[in-house]
Ligand binder design. Structure first.
Ligand SMILES: Nc1nc2c(ncn2[C@@H]2O[C@H](COP(=O)(O)OP(=O)(O)OP(=O)(O)O)[C@@H](O)[C@H]2O)c(=O)[nH]1
Ligand SMILES: [Mg+2]
Length: 462
């Protein structure tokens, strides 16, 4: 995206479709002039930030487009930092279309995805990590993830990054002063002191990186796939987790014919839960297709529940499932679920499943026992080695993680050079790389293609 300050852009800011109100937003130097050509009264600088009611009429034949409320935000005190005009009209897509057409005919250009926020970033209304947070806030699917996105929007991540940057900058300037005085036998800072400083900075970054496992889950959610032979209680489990009758349950094996997906929340993490058709040994073509689909679903899962009936010895169908678990054990994180514990637990099932390298949970969906243990197991598997910590600021973006890992690499390099007594210039070089990387998070040194990529994933109108 190229920033051309001469352009005036326009887009619908509210969702497509019918609603009480739709908001069309313009940003750029001609925003006010364009709207004034359509409105039945002239908005002036006296009307800044005031809601003005009026009639919007076609510039061509003065036919009524809609009755609207117009708000004018004068540059630089606006979202984008430019002149912005917001038109609130009735929420009919036909009206929105006409407003877009009329404004484009008068010289506005339809905005690209994220272009309003890009302009806000360009005009330093917010830094890059805050701009990214705007998209996060809109996408958040749980209260917990929303809370962390809002913290990013507030600039809490930026503050952390700035603090780390200040430390690196401090180390770098000490080093440069020492370089200047190196001829004169004055030691401004000893290599040991510098090393200590770097260790502190490295720890800060490591702490931030540790929050990523949880942050990634908050941002992306997880996928939970339930597999097992027919009639073990997969659909019953889905329903009990969701707290509603989403899937049909019956005592007839083969009730679920195709997979069923449903959104669920576990401690603030959005989980897409998938209930699949029962897997069994079969020659039936349609059923084999169903099984193949289940195997495909396993590949997309973050955690898979392999369900067995705990109360009676395993049969050929269970063994087929055990084979599937073995075949996927490198790529899929399974939890072995022994259901129907209300009918008893057969020790032969427990010992047979002990051969599989996965955690086991015994439960009864019917009596709703063992569900807490199951949820704990799901959380553990989702988080892998990470923790569900309550850090103030959580890293949610893969881009930020990569950049911080590169920063860490550079700082470790600097530390090694200091330890090995390498020339100060080499240490300084690494510190400058670290500074550069940190600037990519806040946006000072972010390459243009990365910027373009980030904003291309916004919605139009944002
Ligand atoms: N006793 C007992 N019965 C259960 C339990 N969980 C499920 N059932 C029963 O087992 C039967 C099958 O349940 P479903 O949830 O339809 O099983 P499914 O695995 O989805 O079966 P398919 O869709 O055919 O693959 C139903 O009659 C359930 O009421 C349990 O914990 N204890
Ligand atoms: Mg079912």
């Amino acid at each position: 995206m190229k920033y051309t300050e001469k352009d005036t852009i326009v887009a619908l800011a509210t969702p497509l479709g019918s609603g009480a109100i739709a908001v069309v937003r313009l940003s750029g130097p001609r925003s006010l002039a364009i709207v004034n050509r359509l409105l039945d009264k002239a908005i002036t600088t006296r009307d800044v930030r005031r809601a003005v009611f009026g009639e919007l009429r076609s510039a061509r034949d003065r036919e009524l487009i809609d009755q609207v409320v117009v708000t004018y935000f004068q540059a630089p005190a606006s979202y984008t930092g430019e002149d912005v005009v917001e038109i609130s009209c009735h929420g009919n897509p036909l009206i929105v279309d006409r407003i877009l057409q009329e404004t484009v005919a008068l010289g506005a250009r339809v905005a690209e995805p994220g272009e309003f926020t890009f302009r806000a970033f360009w005009n330093q209304k917010l830094d890059l990590s805050q701009a990214e947070a705007v998209a996060e806030v809109i996408r958040s699917r749980t209260q917990q993830s929303l809370k962390h996105s809002l913290r990013h929007l507030e600039g809490r991540l930026s503050q952390k990054i700035e603090a780390v940057k200040a430390e690196v900058l401090d180390a770098l300037s000490l080093l440069e002063i020492s370089l200047d005085f190196s001829e004169e036998d004055v030691e401004v800072v000893t290599p040991e002191e510098l090393q200590d400083k770097l260790v502190h900075t490295i720890e800060q970054i490591q702490a931030l990186l540790r929050t990523y496992t949880y942050g990634r889950l908050l941002e992306n959610g997880a996928r939970l796939v339930i597999v097992g032979k027919p009639n073990v209680g997969k659909s019953s489990l889905l329903n009990v987790l969701l707290g509603k009758e989403r899937a049909i349950v019956s005592d007839l094996p083969g009730t679920t014919r195709d997979y069923i997906e449903a959104g669920w929340q576990l401690d603030g993490v959005y989980i897409q839960a998938v209930d699949t058709a029962g897997v069994r040994q079969t020659r039936d073509r349609v059923e084999s297709l169903g099984i193949r689909r289940t195997l495909e679903l396993l590949k997309t899962s973050d955690v898979a529940l392999a369900m067995f009936e705990g109360h009676r010895a395993l049969d050929g169908d269970d063994e087929a499932l055990m084979r599937i678990v073995r075949e996927h054990q490198q790529t899929t994180r399974f939890i072995l679920v022994l259901n129907k514990a209300d009918l008893g637990v057969d020790p032969s099932v427990v010992s047979a499943l002990a051969a599989l390298p996965f955690p086991r949970v015994v439960l009864s969906v019917k009596k709703e026992t063992g569900l807490t243990a199951l949820k704990e197991a799901i959380k553990r598997e989702m988080l892998k080695e990470g923790e569900m910590d309550n850090e103030e600021v959580v890293l949610t973006s893969a881009r930020h993680r990569t950049v911080l890992e590169e920063t860490l690499g550079a700082l470790s390099g600097a530390r090694r050079s200091l330890r090995e007594g390498a020339p100060a210039e080499m240490v300084a070089l690494d510190l400058r790389v670290a500074l550069d990387r940190l600037g990519e998070i806040t946006g000072e040194t972010t390459p243009e293609d990365v910027l373009r990529h980030i904003f291309a994933h916004f919605c139009i109108g944002k």
